[in-house]
Design a protein around this ligand. Structure first.
Ligand code: CO
Length: 134
């Protein structure tokens, strides 16, 4: 079912400071910040040869990243995103096996303009999992 690792997302308090860490300290290629109000985040893409890192800063009221930072004030890994060929088939197979899909269970368009779903961390080794149809 799973394809490539599309990205690892890291929640941060200060996206400018986090961008500087990746750009200046680690020498990575870092995008300009993009506001994605429908997901409550400002995102910076760090492009690596084999995958991406997404730095996520809370945007607006009720951001899921703000809740995460209340528990982890220094920031930290928020989710991993795996690619799938058919997100509805993947969802149906996982639900049939008892996995919980977050939200209303229907794919939403993610930060990359492609359909995504999130799976409950308790069903996946304590890690929030995003599936993205590519
Ligand atoms: Co993501």
């Amino acid at each position: 079912m799973l394809g490539r690792l599309n990205h690892v997302a890291i929640a941060v308090r200060d996206i400018a400071a986090a961008s500087a860490v990746y750009r200046d300290t680690l020498g990575a290629q870092v995008s300009e910040p993009q506001r994605v109000p429908e997901h409550g985040v400002t995102v910076v893409f760090v492009v690596l040869p084999n995958t991406k890192i997404e730095l996520l800063e809370p945007l607006g009221e009720g951001s899921p990243i703000a809740k995460f930072l209340e528990k982890s004030p220094d920031g930290g890994m928020h989710h991993v995103c795996y690619e799938v060929d058919d997100i509805l088939a993947a969802r149906d197979k996982l639900k049939a096996g008892g996995a919980r899909v977050l939200g209303d269970g229907n794919p939403k368009i993610g930060a990359h303009g492609k359909p995504v779903l999130f799976l409950h961390p308790k069903d996946f080794c304590g890690t929030l999992v995003e599936l993205e149809q590519v």
